[in-house]
Design a protein around this ligand. Structure first.
Ligand code: LP5
Ligand code: MN
Length: 243
């Protein structure tokens, strides 16, 4: 029976080798037997430009892209969506990974059911500071200026921003970092779907809700900091598997 797998928020980095090892095992033991793998954002801890793939210290980036490329070559369709950490993944990465760039949001037909796929950050509408930040860094002009800096300069800024993000998060009430109920309903209604899969909030689970008289479900993917996990669709059923 064809299986479809969904993962997100792996946050792969040189500093957390255990997550990369788990990911490699997951590719060989699970993804290799799937018809399709969807990565719904934040595959990397941060991505500062595709020239990372050619850099001396770009070993992890090259290894991950090559592993996805091998998976795709062996027959698993690989789809990768940008997350809030790796929204700068570009053509060279997608080519090396033999992956399709999945727009956020996208609708995929999973076992016959139209399913809305999103990283999830755009549903966290109560986090005003993040929304301002997002609008700025998703601007084309901003991105061109940033990519014009040297890799070393970009890395320094990305690390400073990561530190600022961790500091800011400690001061934010946890509920503003979860999806907003109205934004969730609006998305399900606008796209006329009854199922949504997202990551970003690191609160894995399944939630039911009713939207315009229709029963809907929302699946949330886990992060890979400690163990990780994936969502599998097989034979018409979805199930979360923690590693
Ligand atoms: O990522 P996470 O889980 O910590 O928190 C997210 C939101 N934070 C982010 C920022 C990323 O962590 C940083 C990604 C690096 C990308 C590298 C490429 C581009 C480099 C750009 C360099 C200038 O997405 C966080 C949310 C949280 O999810 C939950 O939803 O709350 O949002 C923030 O933390 C945003 C801050 O509240 C506001 C932005 C602070 C900006 C301060 C600038 C000072 C540093 C400047 C460095 C040059
Ligand atoms: Mn995220």
């Amino acid at each position: 029976m064809p299986r479809t797998l969904f993962i997100s928020d792996l946050h792969l980095s040189e500093g957390r080798p255990a997550a990369s090892e788990r990911f490699q095992r997951f590719l060989g033991e699970q993804a290799a037997y799937a018809a399709a793998l969807y990565v719904l954002g934040d595959l990397f801890d941060y991505w500062i430009g595709d020239d990372e793939l050619a850099a001396d210290d770009g070993t992890l980036a090259r290894r991950v892209a090559a592993a996805l490329g091998e998976l795709a070559r062996a027959g698993t369709a690989v789809h990768v969506m940008h997350g809030n950490r790796d929204f700068l993944l570009g053509d060279a990465f997608f080519a090396a990974a033999r992956a399709t760039a999945l727009p956020d949001p996208s609708i995929a037909t999973v076992d016959g059911v139209a399913t809305l796929l999103t990283h999830g950050d755009t549903l966290c509408t109560d986090d005003a500071a993040y929304r301002r930040f997002r609008a700025e860094v998703r601007d084309r002009g901003w991105q061109e200026r940033f990519l014009g800096l040297t890799l070393a300069e970009r890395r320094t800024r990305a690390l400073a921003l990561r530190a600022a993000s961790e500091r800011d998060k400690r001061a934010k009430p946890p509920e503003i970092m979860d999806v907003n109920a109205a934004a969730l309903r609006e998305a399900l209604e606008r796209h006329r779907v009854t199922r949504l899969i997202h990551g970003h909030t690191h609160r894995p689970g399944r939630h039911e809700l009713e939207v315009a008289g229709r029963r809907c479900e929302r699946w949330v993917l886990p992060d890979w900091y400690e163990g990780g996990g994936y969502l599998v669709a097989e034979g018409g059923a979805l199930r979360l598997v923690m590693l």
